[in-house]
Design a protein around this ligand. Structure first.
Ligand SMILES: NC(=O)C[C@H](N)C(=O)O
Length: 357
């Protein structure tokens, strides 16, 4: 495995047009055609020191550098790349999400593309993956991949993660599984996987729902199917959207008040997700703020700050016109709520989306 060059290409913010680069003129018959869309992150991170795994610059290397660092990919797929953005994933915003999703839909509609791999920072990777899970209109595999160590580090994890992601995207059994996340050999469903550790390479975990499968040796093994609606079965369509409704997240804590709800509503929020305590519990003042927000036409979803488990729907939710998040964590509940609000403002209808997706 060739190590990634430390000569970082200039980091850029969101590029305005997707540019095709690193195409393989010698496409091999019989190999799947896989497109890699790069957005930045630690997998494209660079540092002057090969022991630096925290102070590096995310989104420093371009897609050509990533592809050229793993020439072994050419033995398993015809690989070409495009740079969609080159940012740390905290800076992936709705504009990047829409640009990325529209490009994936264009690519997968073509007979020339068998699957897509997205390289992405891990901090918000699950949000992008779940967004794509809800809006990609294809059964072809989409794999979102990242790394916890920059490309310049000793024992960097990005190259093998990328190789594995390309392998999964070119595997016929990966079709119809929704958008997948691959890190550390594990294949997770975008709906179920979450980042659980700040710096560890085994950070992506799924609790009750488990993993879809694993890459072991030179094979891809699938054991589970995602049961929630996704991709080709999803009703959400972003083809004609140029923006998404503003949805904010509030965090529940002792001694909190109502004023952050008022601030979100005043700032133009169309939806609010609350990271409630325990089973989505809100304090009296927080609940009063939420009820007031609902009265002003804002959709409010109760999720949980616990990190796992289902927020169960209660009769009080119906009385208050509120929505429960099922097992979606706050950041993924925000993604679903943004898309739900492109269809309806009705809390009962939005609740059915949270029950089904
Ligand atoms: N491991 C990573 O990719 C973290 C980085 N801060 C990012 O999300 O872009």
């Amino acid at each position: 495995m060739t190590s990634i060059s430390t000569a970082a290409s200039t980091a850029t913010a969101v590029s305005t047009a997707a540019t095709t680069t690193a195409t393989t003129p010698d496409q091999k018959a019989g190999l799947p055609n896989i497109k890699i869309l790069a957005t930045g992150g630690t997998i494209a991170g660079s540092s002057a020191s090969n022991t630096d795994v925290t102070g590096y610059k995310a989104g420093a290397l371009g897609i050509d550098t990533l592809i050229n660092a793993v020439p072994e990919m050419k033995n398993i797929a015809n690989v070409s790349g495009e740079q969609i953005a080159n940012v740390g994933s905290p800076d992936v915003d709705n504009a990047v999400l829409l640009k990325l999703a529209k490009r994936i839909n264009e690519l997968l509609a073509s007979e020339d593309v068998d699957g897509v791999v997205v390289t992405h920072g891990t901090d918000t990777l699950e949000e992008t993956a779940y967004f794509l899970d809800l809006v990609v209109k294809s059964n072809k595999p989409v794999v979102v991949v990242g790394a916890m160590r920059p490309a310049t580090a000793i024992s960097a994890d990005g190259s093998f993660n990328l190789y594995n992601a390309v392998k999964i995207a070119g595997t016929p059994a990966a079709q119809g599984k929704g958008v997948m996340i691959e890190l550390n050999d594990r294949i997770g469903a975008a709906r179920y996987i979450t980042k659980t550790n700040t710096t560890g390479t085994d950070t992506f975990k799924s609790t009750e729902q488990g993993y879809l499968g694993v890459v072991s040796g030179d094979k891809v093994y699938f054991y589970n199917e995602p049961t929630r609606k996704h991709t080709a079965d999803s009703v959400f369509n972003i083809t004609n959207l140029t923006e998404l409704p503003q949805v904010d997240i509030l965090y529940e804590y002792q001694n909190n008040g109502s004023y952050l709800y008022d601030a979100a509503v005043a700032a133009g929020a169309k939806g609010i997700v609350v990271a409630g305590s325990g089973n989505g519990s809100l304090s009296k003042l927080s609940k009063a703020g939420a009820i007031k927000a609902v009265a002003s036409g804002v959709a409010v979803v109760r999720s949980t700050r616990t990190g796992s488990g289902v927020v169960t729907h209660s009769s009080e939710d119906d009385e208050n016109g509120m929505i429960s998040s099922d097992s979606l964590n706050p950041q993924k509940a925000r993604i679903l709520l943004m898309l739900a609000l492109t269809q309806t403002k009705d809390a009962k209808q939005i609740q059915t989306f949270f029950d089904e997706y």
